[in-house]
Ligand binder design. Structure first.
Ligand code: B16
Ligand code: MG
Length: 218
């Protein structure tokens, strides 16, 4: 059996930072004079910060100069960072640590594959950074999911063939990226939404270590 590697998305897989993204985007929308709903926030999952602002301004039918656009990106991120600053290990989603510990004990390479440019400080805050052999995030890529770039870089860093990588993702674009990279995709969340995934689980509490052992071949 060939060497395998695991890649974790961050938001929606390891921690639920979507609610903080939502609050920060909603504040910006309200400051600009329009509403932004939780349903609309679904469109932002796994999507880059720049693309999120483009979508937000479309929703509000607002035209912005490049300078305004850049200012709003910074404003939103500062608000978001204030929420991140208050995070601790209690925000790790259930049973994520169990899987990470198992993989670490088996000496299996673990990488992060996230669109977020704030991935490293978030992992530090929740004290999971030591588990990750490699961090591939919004600072490392030029292409957004469903482009496979983020996961292919992770595979390369782990020195594992893409076909032998297993990806945990909560976003449709992320499952697309994993599939485009020819990796095994595991959807975390609503199976109807993530129907393109190779395997589906509502959350990590549904994942048995026996299932992971089978993927790993131990
Ligand atoms: P930042 P993921 C993504 O994280 C979020 O799902 C998405 O909503 C966010 O816009 C994106 O990160 C960029 O985040 O503003 O922190 O750079 O799911 O790819 O881990
Ligand atoms: Mg995500």
């Amino acid at each position: 059996m060939q060497k395998v590697g695991f890649i974790f998305d961050l938001d929606g897989v390891i921690v639920d930072t979507a609610k903080y993204h939502y609050r920060a985007w909603k504040k910006l929308a309200n400051d600009l004079g329009f509403e932004f709903t939780e349903e609309q926030n679904e469109l932002f999952k796994g999507v880059s910060r720049k693309r999120c602002l483009e979508i937000l301004l479309d929703i509000g039918a607002i035209e912005a100069s490049q300078e305004q656009f850049d200012t709003w990106m910074v404003e939103k991120n500062l608000d978001y960072l204030a929420y991140i600053d208050a995070m601790d290990a209690s925000e790790i989603l259930p049973d994520v640590s169990k899987i990470l510990k198992f993989l670490e004990n088996q000496n299996i390479p673990i990488a992060l594959g996230s669109a977020s440019k704030n991935a490293r400080p978030i992992l530090e805050k929740v004290k999971l950074l030591p588990y990750f052999d490699f961090i591939v995030d919004g600072n490392s890529v030029t292409e957004a999911k469903p482009n496979p770039e983020v996961f292919l870089i992770a595979a390369q860093k782990m020195n594992v063939e893409p076909e032998c990588c297993i990806v945990f993702e909560d976003a449709v674009a992320g499952i697309g990226a994993a599939n485009n990279a020819k990796m095994t995709s595991i959807g975390i969340g609503d199976a109807d939404v993530l129907s393109e995934a190779d395997f589906n689980f509502r959350d990590f509490t549904e994942i048995d270590l026996e299932f992971i052992k089978e993927l790993v071949g131990v």
